[in-house]
Design a protein around this ligand. Structure first.
Ligand SMILES: Nc1nc2c(c(=O)[nH]1)N[C@H]1C(S)=C(S)[C@@H](COP(=O)(O)OP(=O)(O)OC[C@H]3O[C@@H](n4cnc5c(N)ncnc54)[C@H](O)[C@@H]3O)O[C@H]1N2
Ligand code: MOO
Ligand SMILES: [Mg+2]
Length: 420
């Protein structure tokens, strides 16, 4: 038994793997009810229903050029110096319905985006034509044959009627908003955002507005968690900070679980005398999902489920709090919004410099991505201990360093979780 395992068993803890911990959490992070939001407020939300095309797009044969709609066969025999002359019988701006069918020997003036008239099967660019008038009637002259179909976008070129366009669980981006607008979806069915109660524990914590006092620190985790919850699409509800008193924590947790969809706490999950969150969760072992994960930082991350709701007790150490959020809280929050993919993307990248630390547990190392000669490198932050706060801001990925007996040399291929 390692020293770590001996200590864990003494405190009723058995480390589980990150993947297993995620599976346990996601069981209680099912998609919530749906609601509709105005299209202009749907950016970043997750679709509650799939979308199929209610009509073909485009819905009419569309001209791709300003010019003349013609019967292509009429132009077959023309050449430079021997123009074919076609009678212009219509003028079709965008938004108009053509009034004339084009038959052999006729043409219609047409604008880009306008509906191509029946009978026409090509549109000539204005630049390759000439015009003249005979007895007050306009004619267009063509010098070069045009193949059938040229400069006409067929009906349903982009999407056929009934075709699948967007899947439920898809996160709406600008291009999706264009599609929804084109199909007249002004009220978008999305999954409700979870309300996330956040509070910190720690008798050392000062509010951001308070002057610094001996032995105390300002509560930086709560505002960080507020920002992270918002980034994940949740609605953060700030419940302040409480002193390390178990009764206070108990009633705070109770009230938060009654009022919010998910509760996140930070601090007090290790084995210290005042680590009240750890004790609180351990008391009712039945609903504990885990209280140790084989990872660094964040090994003491603890999760429980009460009344069907998740309580995620993250470490107080800022680095561990951040990593614990990205691995467990974020997937839960996006999954509750019906996301089809709850996890952050993982890339294979090149380690930018030596990483000499040896790990018992999988380590999630704060790092910065850089591209050199077309390859993506990840450079570990200078200091990345669990207790370090400042390098969170310098990181755009977390390198996943598996448990190793030796450190990793620069140039190694490593996996990295890309931060949002
Ligand atoms: N004997 C042992 N000691 C520790 C162990 C262990 O296994 N045995 N685990 C270490 C590890 S690993 C971690 S991580 C920390 C976990 O600590 P807690 O989650 O219990 O957090 P606290 O004790 O409340 O605080 C730790 C640290 O973080 C600061 N902190 C707390 N809350 C905030 C906040 N809201 N904003 C900013 N900073 C905060 C706090 O002042 C402490 O410095 O335990 C190790 N110890
Ligand atoms: O394992 Mo502690 O939970 O981060 O450093
Ligand atoms: Mg502690």
């Amino acid at each position: 038994m390692t020293i770590q395992e001996a200590s864990d068993s003494k405190f009723g803890r058995k480390a589980i793997q990150v993947g297993e911990a995620q599976v346990r959490i996601l069981k209680y992070a099912a998609a919530m009810e749906s609601e509709t939001v105005p299209l202009e407020q749907s950016m970043g939300r997750y679709l509650a229903e799939s979308v199929t095309a209610p009509h073909p797009f485009p819905a009419f044969r569309r001209s791709g050029m300003d010019g003349y709609a013609v019967v292509a066969a009429d132009t077959e025999n023309c050449r430079e110096g021997e123009s074919v002359w076609l009678k212009v019988v219509d003028n079709i701006p965008c938004g108009a319905v053509p009034s004339e069918r084009i038959v052999s020997g006729t043409a219609a003036r047409i604008m880009t985006g306008a509906q191509v008239p029946e009978g026409a099967d090509a549109v000539l660019m204005l630049e390759v034509t000439e015009t003249r008038e005979l007895d007050g009637i306009p004619y267009v002259g063509v010098r070069k044959p045009i193949p059938g179909g040229r400069n006409i976008t067929p009906i349903g070129h982009e999407l056929k009627q009934g075709e699948h366009v967007l899947a439920a669980g898809h996160q709406i981006a600008a291009g999706d908003i264009a599609v929804l607008a084109a199909f007249g979806v002004h009220a978008v069915p999305v999954v409700r955002r979870p309300k996330v109660g956040i509070f910190a524990t720690g008798s050392e914590l000062l509010d951001v507005k308070e002057p610094l006092q001996p032995g105390k620190i300002r509560n930086s985790n709560s505002p960080m968690l507020e920002a992270l919850v918002r980034e994940a699409g949740g609605v953060p509800v700030m419940l302040g900070a409480i002193a390390d008193e178990i009764e206070l924590a108990r009633s705070k947790v109770q009230a938060a679980l009654e009022n919010y969809d998910l509760v996140i706490t930070t601090g007090g999950v290790s084995v210290g005398d005042y680590d009240i969150m750890g004790d609180l969760v351990r008391e009712e072992a039945g609903d504990m999902l885990f209280n140790k994960v084989a990872m660094r930082p964040g090994s003491v991350t603890t999760a429980a489920v009460r009344g069907g709701k998740l309580l995620l007790a993250l470490s107080g150490n800022p680095g561990a709090c951040f990593v614990g959020f990205q691995l467990f809280a974020r997937p839960a929050i996006v999954s509750m919004q019906g996301a089809s993919e709850p996890f952050l993307p993982e890339w294979t990248v090149v380690l930018g410099k030596d990483y000499p630390k040896v790990n018992n547990y999988t380590r999630f190392v704060r790092a910065r991505l850089e591209v050199h000669d077309g390859s993506v490198y990840a450079f570990p932050a200078g200091i990345d201990e669990s207790s370090v706060m400042v390098t969170i801001k310098d990181s755009d990925c977390l390198i996943i360093v598996p448990p190793e007996e030796r450190g990793l040399p620069a140039g190694s291929k490593v996996r990295a979780m890309i931060l949002p």
